[in-house]
Design a protein around this ligand. Structure first.
Ligand SMILES: *[C@@H]1O[C@H](CO)[C@@H](O)[C@H](O)[C@H]1NC(C)=O
Ligand SMILES: *[C@@H]1O[C@H](CO)[C@@H](O)[C@H](O)[C@H]1NC(C)=O
Ligand SMILES: *[C@@H]1O[C@H](CO)[C@@H](O)[C@H](O)[C@H]1NC(C)=O
Ligand SMILES: *[C@@H]1O[C@H](CO)[C@@H](O)[C@H](O)[C@H]1NC(C)=O
Ligand SMILES: *[C@@H]1O[C@H](CO)[C@@H](O)[C@H](O)[C@H]1NC(C)=O
Length: 442
């Protein structure tokens, strides 16, 4: 009996010890030095200086399965391990602020906890601010995501399919970021309501930066400075509105924007150094929209472009109508230029300007042509120039003869004066006599 009691006690003590050991061996991230968990659902890490945080799906210091949010501020490094989010059914938000080195490994944020795809199911909100993302691996972010918002950050090394197979996306916003080393297919095969790329600097946007992305409402690229937009950088379908505004683009390749829209397109207030032939040729309109609403407008307004030819503006005439409301050619005004652009000026009522060096401002090409380049004006200028040359030659000749005669007169006077009158008279007579002889012979 006694032995049995002892045995029971021993077993329970051992069990307790094992339990304790297992708990001690498997602390969660909530026990991490700089982190805490608010009622076990939000993981909050407030780092100072060089603290690092690793987000693990299992094992010691794992992210608890009940987690609904991950909020991290000020760490020197945050590492999302593969499959981190897979079993975090309650997860809704991920927020990173002031992190100096973010690494998101393959499938770290692949999150599809619901068996059937349904936008009524909740989705993730991923927010990254004032951070440096040094690695966005392939398939890093997949599944049911509401919003992806990255602002004031530096994003290096985005691998193919980093953002892919997403469902139910409302907004993708990239604002005031520095984007370097972005690979093809960075955003691939999904549907979002809005896509916004605003402000900041981009090195080169590769072909298929957005690859088969359906945007159902607004596609907007605004205020970015970009070195090179390659052919088919944006392979996008369905937006109701396309706005490409106030960007500084060094080189825009043909078909850079390969967008099938369901509404108008505005290309406004951009400064482009090299605008390739066919840069706008990638825009077309969804056939359904064409059959219901007809051609859609492609508005080209107030852009400043250095290297461009009228043929650069070719566009898809079967689906779009082009309206040029303002086009500043960063080319010094000259009459050849006005000839070149004449046809477009006839077709479009729009205002095309060229750089008027003398007064250092843009001047309407027709105005310049009217004041400088009309056939009459050109001949008029030629007449004036020829006239001036003729007058100068006549004046020079006249002066020459007058001066010569004067000198000759003076010479005669000088020769005659010292010898007296007789000499001069005889000479004079001889000349006259000869002349008379000649006339009588005739
Ligand atoms: C941005 O993050 C850096 C550290 O990465 C920090 O020093 C700086 O104060 C942050 N800026 C703002 C506006 O929060
Ligand atoms: C036009 O673009 C420039 C940058 O290129 C920007 O500074 C300016 O505010 C824009 N103007 C409008 C009216 O959007
Ligand atoms: C037109 O473009 C110029 C040069 O980029 C800019 O300064 C100006 O604000 C723009 N005006 C409008 C009305 O967009
Ligand atoms: C214009 O768009 C239609 C419909 O998308 C397409 O079939 C056609 O090839 C395009 N034309 C040109 C010249 O790109
Ligand atoms: C206009 O062209 C000159 C060189 O031809 C260049 O230096 C200048 O930056 C250009 N201006 C704009 C607004 O592109």
């Amino acid at each position: 009996m006694r032995w049995l009691k002892w045995r029971t006690a021993l077993v329970s003590v051992l069990a307790l010890a094992a339990c304790a050991r297992s708990q001690r061996a498997e602390p969660t991230i909530c026990e991490e030095e700089f982190c805490r968990c608010d009622s076990f659902t939000t993981v909050i890490c407030n780092c100072v200086s060089d603290n690092e945080v690793t987000l693990r799906p299992d094992g010691a210091y794992r992210v608890p399965s009940t987690t609904s949010g991950i909020v991290i501020r000020g760490c020197s490094r945050v590492n999302f391990l593969p499959d981190l989010a897979r079993n975090l059914i309650q997860l809704r938000t991920i927020e990173l602020t002031n992190v100096m080195d973010v690494i998101i490994n393959e499938r770290a944020l692949s999150w599809s906890p619901f068996s059937r795809e349904n936008e009524m199911h909740p989705g993730l909100r991923i927010l990254i601010q004032n951070s440096t993302v040094n690695q966005l691996s392939s398939y890093a972010i997949q599944g049911r995501v509401n919003d992806i918002i990255i602002t004031d950050s530096r994003i290096n090394n985005v691998r193919p399919y980093a953002f892919s197979s997403l469902t139910g996306v409302r907004n993708i916003e990239l604002k005031n970021n520095l984007l370097y080393n972005i690979e093809r297919h960075a955003f691939s095969k999904f549907t979002t309501v809005n896509f916004l790329l605003r402000g900041g600097t981009v090195d080169t946007l590769p072909s298929r930066f957005l690859s088969d992305v359906e945007v159902t409402n607004l596609f907007r690229v605004e205020g970015i400075a970009v070195k090179h937009i390659n052919s088919v950088t944006f392979l996008v379908s369905s937006p109701k509105r396309v706005l490409i505004e106030s960007n500084l683009i060094e080189t825009l390749d043909p078909d850079g924007f390969h967008i099938t829209t369901r509404g108008p397109i505005t290309f406004r207030n951009n400064t482009v150094s090299t605008f390739s032939r066919g840069a706008l040729l990638g825009f077309t309109v969804d056939p359904e929209v064409i059959s219901v609403k007809g051609r859609q407008e492609l508005l080209v307004d107030n852009n400043t472009i250095t290297h461009i030819l009228p043929s650069s503006l070719v566009y898809n005439q079967t689906t779009l109508s082009l309206r040029v409301d303002g086009l500043n050619l960063n080319i010094t005004c000259n009459c050849k230029l006005t000839e070149k652009w004449k046809d477009l000026l006839k077709e479009e009522a729009g205002i095309v300007t060229c750089w008027y060096d003398l007064e250092a401002h843009f001047m309407s090409v027709p105005t310049f042509a009217d004041s400088r380049c009309g056939t009459f004006k050109r001949t008029f200028w030629i007449f004036i120039v020829v006239g001036i040359v003729v007058v100068l030659i006549v004046a020079a000749l006249a002066t020459y003869y007058i001066v010569r005669r004067e000198t000759e007169k003076k010479k005669k006077v000088q020769i005659v004066m010292p010898d007296g009158k007789t000499y001069r008279e005889t000479e004079f007579h001889i000349v006259v006599e000869r002349a008379e002889l000649l006339t009588t012979n005739l």
